[in-house]
Write a protein that binds this ligand. Structure first.
Ligand code: SF4
Length: 310
């Protein structure tokens, strides 16, 4: 049984201009101990997908589909039940932006303690906090400090430690290394690899394909609110199917060989997304039917949403 099965998930935000179709009909599965990467351009819906799974959408709601965690449909239960049984205990999240995720007026110790109290932790609080801090190679002295007294890398490791505090089975990591220098980035990635070896699962959300190749077992490519390709890392990196995935890979800078290319045009406006293939305006392989009907997700070296494979 898959640890997490997302089936046909759709999420909308309400805006002054009307509904924003942020995620539409996303489906994928991940096993226990796996790292799955979700990658795509800014505003493609990847963070919303993660926030939808952990039910932390602000101004938005799930409008269709299901999220099955360990065999249970966690969409069907009340917020209270989700909070009591799943949030942070089974599924936690490293939120985007370590610099702004920590409360500036509380010490790190107070912020850890608040999480444990909120989730009615009944073990030894000091041991739990010390264990989480040690897991990310931080000195216990950081606990008495305020966020502004820590470097960016230390703050990011505090965010990682917070996500680990209740020993969850799945951690949703939303751009955990953005805005960090490459050395700190490498340290965080190595730390996540060590945690993965303990059996923890990660849903790693990023725009950085090169970084993802270091850590992901499977990769999902999002475009315009849709998951357009999903497969093993080997298939995605060595044998991509969807034209957008191919272009995305061609845009990664390399030390040797061909120059990176860019994708002309802009992503669709998710207030009024096209009813056809959402990549049609930017696709060099578009055919007549791409202008008429939306493609389904079909099996082709993984799953791909493109008329070329139907
Ligand atoms: Fe390109 Fe057509 Fe495939 Fe869309 S469905 S990605 S337009 S080939």
């Amino acid at each position: 049984m898959a640890l997490l099965s997302v089936q046909d998930l759709s999420i909308q935000y309400n805006s002054m201009a009307g509904p924003v179709y942020a995620v539409e009909h996303a489906s994928f599965e991940m096993e226990s101990g796996e790292t799955v990467g979700i990658v795509g351009e800014s505003a493609c819906g990847k963070s919303t997908l993660g926030l939808g799974i952990i039910r932390s959408l602000s101004g938005g709601s799930i409008t269709g589909g299901s999220v099955i965690f360990d065999g249970h449909n966690i969409n069907d239960i009340s917020d209270t039940e989700f909070d009591q049984k799943y949030r942070w205990k089974q599924i936690s999240m490293m939120f985007q932006g370590a610099m702004s995720s920590l409360d500036p007026v509380y010490t790190i110790q107070e912020q850890f303690t608040e999480i444990l109290q909120h989730h009615k932790f009944d073990g030894n609080t000091n041991d739990a906090i010390s264990g989480a801090i040690a897991a990310v190679n931080l000195e216990e002295s950081v606990l008495g400090r305020y966020p502004h007294e820590l470097s960016g890398g230390m703050k990011q490791r505090v965010i990682v430690a917070m996500a680990l505090l209740l020993n969850p089975r799945l951690v949703i990591a939303d751009e955990p290394t953005t805005a960090l220098d490459v050395l700190i980035q490498a340290r965080i990635i190595n730390m996540l690899k060590d945690l993965k070896s303990t059996g923890m699962s990660f849903l790693f959300i990023t725009h950085d394909l090169a970084l993802l190749s270091e850590i992901a077992d499977k990769v999902g490519i999002m475009y315009g609110g849709q998951l357009v390709e999903f497969g093993t890392s080997e298939n995605i990196y060595n044998n991509p199917q969807h034209p957008y995935t191919k272009k995305l890979l061609e845009s990664v800078p390399r030390l040797h060989g061909s120059q990176p290319s860019y994708i002309s045009g802009t992503p669709p406006n998710l207030l009024t997304p096209p009813t056809t293939c959402r990549f049609v305006d930017r696709c060099s392989e578009a055919m007549d039917k791409c202008q008429r009907d939306p493609p389904d997700l079909v099996t082709a070296n993984g799953m791909v949403k493109c008329w070329l494979y139907e």
